[in-house]
Design a protein around this ligand. Structure first.
Ligand code: ADP
Ligand code: MG
Length: 190
Protein backbone atom coordinates (compact mmCIF):
# COMPACT_ATOMS: atom_id res chain seq x y z
CA UNK A 1 0.00 0.00 0.00
CA UNK A 2 1.25 3.51 -0.81
CA UNK A 3 2.50 5.61 2.04
CA UNK A 4 4.71 8.68 1.78
CA UNK A 5 7.11 7.11 4.31
CA UNK A 6 7.46 3.93 2.26
CA UNK A 7 7.87 5.93 -0.96
CA UNK A 8 10.68 7.90 0.68
CA UNK A 9 12.35 4.67 1.85
CA UNK A 10 12.11 3.06 -1.60
CA UNK A 11 13.49 6.21 -3.23
CA UNK A 12 16.40 6.44 -0.77
CA UNK A 13 17.32 2.80 -1.35
CA UNK A 14 17.02 3.12 -5.10
CA UNK A 15 19.31 6.15 -5.03
CA UNK A 16 21.76 4.26 -2.80
CA UNK A 17 21.69 1.30 -5.18
CA UNK A 18 22.31 3.38 -8.27
CA UNK A 19 25.21 5.13 -6.53
CA UNK A 20 26.64 1.75 -5.52
CA UNK A 21 26.33 0.43 -9.09
CA UNK A 22 27.97 3.61 -10.39
CA UNK A 23 30.88 3.22 -7.93
CA UNK A 24 31.24 -0.44 -8.87
CA UNK A 25 31.41 0.38 -12.59
CA UNK A 26 33.96 3.15 -12.01
CA UNK A 27 36.08 0.76 -9.99
CA UNK A 28 35.85 -1.93 -12.68
CA UNK A 29 36.96 0.62 -15.28
CA UNK A 30 39.85 1.95 -13.16
CA UNK A 31 38.26 5.31 -12.57
CA UNK A 32 38.87 7.05 -9.29
CA UNK A 33 36.16 8.91 -7.44
CA UNK A 34 37.55 12.17 -6.20
CA UNK A 35 35.89 14.87 -4.12
CA UNK A 36 37.39 18.30 -4.62
CA UNK A 37 36.67 21.58 -2.86
CA UNK A 38 37.15 24.89 -4.60
CA UNK A 39 37.33 28.29 -2.95
CA UNK A 40 37.93 31.89 -4.03
CA UNK A 41 37.95 35.23 -2.22
CA UNK A 42 39.72 37.53 -4.69
CA UNK A 43 38.69 38.97 -8.07
CA UNK A 44 35.41 37.84 -9.63
CA UNK A 45 34.85 34.91 -7.27
CA UNK A 46 31.94 33.32 -9.20
CA UNK A 47 33.93 33.48 -12.39
CA UNK A 48 36.97 31.97 -10.72
CA UNK A 49 34.96 28.95 -9.55
CA UNK A 50 33.52 28.51 -13.06
CA UNK A 51 36.97 28.76 -14.66
CA UNK A 52 38.35 26.25 -12.15
CA UNK A 53 35.54 23.84 -13.11
CA UNK A 54 36.44 24.23 -16.80
CA UNK A 55 40.09 23.46 -16.09
CA UNK A 56 39.12 20.51 -13.90
CA UNK A 57 37.00 19.04 -16.73
CA UNK A 58 39.85 19.52 -19.19
CA UNK A 59 42.78 18.40 -17.07
CA UNK A 60 41.37 16.01 -14.49
CA UNK A 61 38.13 14.42 -15.68
CA UNK A 62 34.36 14.83 -15.93
CA UNK A 63 32.51 16.52 -13.07
CA UNK A 64 29.83 14.03 -12.07
CA UNK A 65 28.17 16.30 -9.56
CA UNK A 66 28.57 19.79 -8.19
CA UNK A 67 27.20 21.33 -4.99
CA UNK A 68 25.52 24.68 -4.71
CA UNK A 69 27.86 27.63 -4.26
CA UNK A 70 28.21 28.86 -0.67
CA UNK A 71 29.55 32.04 0.86
CA UNK A 72 31.50 32.05 4.15
CA UNK A 73 33.55 34.39 6.25
CA UNK A 74 37.24 33.51 6.08
CA UNK A 75 38.35 30.74 8.45
CA UNK A 76 41.68 30.83 10.31
CA UNK A 77 42.90 34.25 9.17
CA UNK A 78 39.68 36.25 9.40
CA UNK A 79 40.82 39.68 8.21
CA UNK A 80 40.18 39.08 4.48
CA UNK A 81 37.22 39.04 2.04
CA UNK A 82 34.46 36.39 2.24
CA UNK A 83 34.95 33.16 0.31
CA UNK A 84 32.79 31.40 -2.24
CA UNK A 85 33.07 27.62 -2.03
CA UNK A 86 31.88 24.58 -3.91
CA UNK A 87 32.34 20.79 -3.65
CA UNK A 88 32.71 18.58 -6.74
CA UNK A 89 32.69 14.87 -7.49
CA UNK A 90 35.12 14.17 -10.31
CA UNK A 91 35.94 10.95 -12.13
CA UNK A 92 39.61 10.59 -12.99
CA UNK A 93 42.29 8.14 -13.99
CA UNK A 94 45.01 10.24 -12.33
CA UNK A 95 46.88 8.95 -9.28
CA UNK A 96 46.69 11.03 -6.04
CA UNK A 97 50.13 12.57 -6.66
CA UNK A 98 49.32 13.37 -10.31
CA UNK A 99 46.06 14.90 -9.15
CA UNK A 100 47.85 17.15 -6.65
CA UNK A 101 50.25 18.30 -9.39
CA UNK A 102 47.32 19.03 -11.73
CA UNK A 103 45.36 21.07 -9.18
CA UNK A 104 48.46 23.09 -8.32
CA UNK A 105 49.15 23.70 -12.03
CA UNK A 106 45.52 24.91 -12.45
CA UNK A 107 45.90 27.22 -9.42
CA UNK A 108 49.11 28.65 -10.90
CA UNK A 109 47.61 29.02 -14.39
CA UNK A 110 44.67 30.92 -12.91
CA UNK A 111 47.13 33.32 -11.33
CA UNK A 112 47.26 32.19 -7.73
CA UNK A 113 50.23 33.52 -5.82
CA UNK A 114 51.13 31.53 -2.70
CA UNK A 115 51.91 33.92 0.09
CA UNK A 116 50.67 32.88 3.50
CA UNK A 117 48.85 29.73 4.55
CA UNK A 118 45.09 30.31 4.74
CA UNK A 119 45.62 33.74 3.12
CA UNK A 120 43.42 35.31 0.44
CA UNK A 121 43.43 33.68 -2.98
CA UNK A 122 42.00 33.79 -6.51
CA UNK A 123 41.49 30.06 -6.34
CA UNK A 124 42.18 27.21 -3.94
CA UNK A 125 41.54 23.61 -4.94
CA UNK A 126 41.79 20.95 -2.26
CA UNK A 127 41.47 17.19 -2.48
CA UNK A 128 38.94 16.05 0.12
CA UNK A 129 38.66 12.32 -0.67
CA UNK A 130 40.28 9.98 -3.17
CA UNK A 131 38.16 6.81 -3.33
CA UNK A 132 38.41 5.55 0.24
CA UNK A 133 42.18 6.01 0.37
CA UNK A 134 44.04 7.16 3.46
CA UNK A 135 47.28 8.89 2.50
CA UNK A 136 49.70 10.75 4.71
CA UNK A 137 52.85 11.89 2.94
CA UNK A 138 54.94 15.06 3.22
CA UNK A 139 52.96 17.01 0.61
CA UNK A 140 49.63 15.17 0.54
CA UNK A 141 47.12 14.21 3.22
CA UNK A 142 43.89 12.47 2.23
CA UNK A 143 41.19 12.72 3.49
CA UNK A 144 41.86 16.44 3.80
CA UNK A 145 42.95 16.96 7.44
CA UNK A 146 40.66 19.94 8.16
CA UNK A 147 37.51 18.94 6.35
CA UNK A 148 35.64 17.83 9.49
CA UNK A 149 36.37 21.14 11.24
CA UNK A 150 34.92 23.30 8.49
CA UNK A 151 31.24 23.81 7.75
CA UNK A 152 32.15 25.54 4.50
CA UNK A 153 33.46 22.14 3.37
CA UNK A 154 30.89 19.90 5.07
CA UNK A 155 27.79 21.78 3.85
CA UNK A 156 28.72 21.72 0.13
CA UNK A 157 29.75 18.06 0.53
CA UNK A 158 26.36 17.28 2.09
CA UNK A 159 24.70 18.46 -1.13
CA UNK A 160 26.45 15.81 -3.20
CA UNK A 161 27.50 13.07 -0.77
CA UNK A 162 25.54 13.10 2.50
CA UNK A 163 26.05 9.35 3.01
CA UNK A 164 29.73 9.26 2.05
CA UNK A 165 31.72 7.64 4.87
CA UNK A 166 34.95 9.27 6.00
CA UNK A 167 37.42 6.36 5.83
CA UNK A 168 39.37 7.59 8.87
CA UNK A 169 36.45 8.27 11.24
CA UNK A 170 33.86 5.82 9.91
CA UNK A 171 31.25 8.62 10.02
CA UNK A 172 29.11 9.98 7.19
CA UNK A 173 29.35 13.60 6.08
CA UNK A 174 25.94 14.22 7.66
CA UNK A 175 27.22 12.84 10.97
CA UNK A 176 30.41 14.89 10.78
CA UNK A 177 28.33 18.03 10.19
CA UNK A 178 26.07 17.19 13.13
CA UNK A 179 29.21 16.92 15.31
CA UNK A 180 30.97 19.98 13.91
CA UNK A 181 31.81 22.77 16.36
CA UNK A 182 32.36 25.34 13.59
CA UNK A 183 30.11 28.36 14.13
CA UNK A 184 30.92 30.42 11.00
CA UNK A 185 27.78 31.14 8.97
CA UNK A 186 27.69 29.42 5.58
CA UNK A 187 25.01 30.68 3.20
CA UNK A 188 23.85 29.51 -0.20
CA UNK A 189 24.60 31.89 -3.07
CA UNK A 190 23.25 29.84 -5.98
P1 ADP B 1 45.45 25.56 2.21
O1 ADP B 1 44.60 24.89 1.17
O2 ADP B 1 45.62 24.72 3.46
O3 ADP B 1 45.02 26.94 2.53
P2 ADP B 1 47.51 25.57 0.21
O4 ADP B 1 46.44 25.46 -0.85
O5 ADP B 1 48.53 26.65 0.05
O6 ADP B 1 46.92 25.73 1.65
O7 ADP B 1 48.21 24.17 0.29
C1 ADP B 1 49.33 23.96 1.08
C2 ADP B 1 49.89 22.58 0.82
O8 ADP B 1 48.97 21.60 1.24
C3 ADP B 1 50.14 22.22 -0.64
O9 ADP B 1 51.43 22.59 -1.01
C4 ADP B 1 49.92 20.71 -0.70
O10 ADP B 1 51.13 20.00 -0.93
C5 ADP B 1 49.41 20.38 0.68
N1 ADP B 1 48.31 19.42 0.75
C6 ADP B 1 48.31 18.36 1.60
N2 ADP B 1 47.20 17.65 1.49
C7 ADP B 1 46.43 18.27 0.54
C8 ADP B 1 45.15 17.99 0.00
N3 ADP B 1 44.41 16.94 0.42
N4 ADP B 1 44.67 18.82 -0.98
C9 ADP B 1 45.41 19.89 -1.38
N5 ADP B 1 46.63 20.21 -0.89
C10 ADP B 1 47.15 19.41 0.06
MG1 MG C 1 44.74 24.29 -0.87
Amino acid sequence: MFSPRRAKWVLANKTCLSIRIYYYLCDAMNFNQVYLHTGANLGNREDNLKKANEWIRKEIGPIKSASKVYQTKAWGITDQPDFLNQALLVKTRLSPQELLEKIQAIERRMGRVREIKWGERIIDIDILFFNDAIIDTKNLTIPHPYLHYRNFVLLPLMDIAPELVHPGFGMTITELYANSEDTLAVEVVR
